[in-house]
Design a protein around this ligand. Sequence first.
Ligand code: ACO
Length: 432
Amino acid sequence: MPAETLPTTKTATLAFEDKTVSLPVVSGSEQESAVDIQKLRAQTGLITMDPGFGNTGACKSAITFIDGEKGILRYRGYDIAELAEKSTFVEVAWLLLNGDLPKADELKGLTADITRHTLLNENFRRFFDALPKDAHPMPVCAAAVAALATFYQGDDGAGNTHDTVIRLIAKMPTLASYSYKHSIGQPFMYPVNKLDYASNFLHMMFATPCDDYEVDPVLAKAMDLLLIVHADHEQNCSTSTVRMVGSSQANLYASVSAGISALWGALHGGANQQVIEMLERIEADGGDAQKFVDRAKTKKDNSRLMGFGHRVYKNYDPRATILRKACVDVLKRLKMQSRQLDIAMKLEDIALKDEYFISHKLYPNVDFYSGIIYKAMGIPVNMFTVMFAIGRMPGWIAQWLESRQDPDNRIARPRQIYTGHTQRPYSPIEKR
Ligand code: ACO
């Protein structure tokens, strides 16, 4: 469902040297406005400078809406809290990909399609053998998703993308669990078609051929919830990467693989791993949350309160509210005490009253509580970001498809302000 052409509502005037230009101001459906600078360079010779793209709209999109000031997140107009309470991950995947909630037969069809494509080609199992046992599962998954393109070579994603979309959503949990099984030296578990998406993933992670394994429905529900809250987040670093790679007409596997690599970074999806490691450090250091908050405020210390702050949210990340509650529910269900949850809540309590965090508008983000749930479920810390990638898959795909269908889409090619040497003559090696 391509986004519509943006209506021009007003104009902005830019005066520079002896020129004055009028630039169109375009608006979206939630009244956010943007100065359209597409003709700026042609008219003035100027480009804009916006490192980190904090003020740059790279595309129009009808998929996800965020109001960071108010703490709002909606997929296709539906509030994230309502989806988290009433929907399922597969239904949300349909919603993101198609624009509306599915009818009963559509949901059944998608579920059946995904279930039928969870198996990997048997030859693919050997791919994992080539990698070291202690390989981090994020690059393993990035490489594996890129390698899927070699098995489906006719599928460039430009025309009939249906099978590619289904394959990526269906095979991602299989690839993720295989990367884990490889790291602990256990046999790969085949997918089980009678299980739902989240249960099947937990089965492939934790079952072995020697024992019966019953998936706990409460944990499966919590996993499904985690996948829903991660499913899309508009133009973040990894999604922009997927769009950027796709803008060169690279196929969907290659584009998503690049997105997984972008997600791996500590300032993006890697933060959930960093949060648990931070909580473990604080626990090992005696559990003094105040001391850590004080350190996080000290610039020269270079330590940040991981799981806090967000480029877009200047209010509580609505996903953190959902996961904070899920965290308490899961631990209760498992009859587990978590010293780390206590420390996390203490950190949050202190930070939310602290002048530095208040004035910098730093609130818990999605990663603050997700790691505690994963840990309670037995997911190893280095797999946390992989969980994020499984959840984000429908969002990446929906964004990629939208950009491919957008008639205004051009290859992404930013400009720069050059700060190197001006022209100088080549000097022969004996004279250097
Ligand atoms: N702890 C302490 N101070 C912080 C934190 C934090 N977690 N986050 C930002 N700040 C401070 C910065 O030091 C800076 O202070 P200054 O203006 O006094 O110099 C100010 O807040 C703005 O920070 P920036 O890094 O410029 O903000 P930006 O929008 O570029 O970064 C980011 C956002 C990367 C998320 C940042 O808040 C951060 O590093 N948080 C911790 C990592 C994290 O949790 N990442 C997950 C993000 S959610 C996701 O990707 C799924």
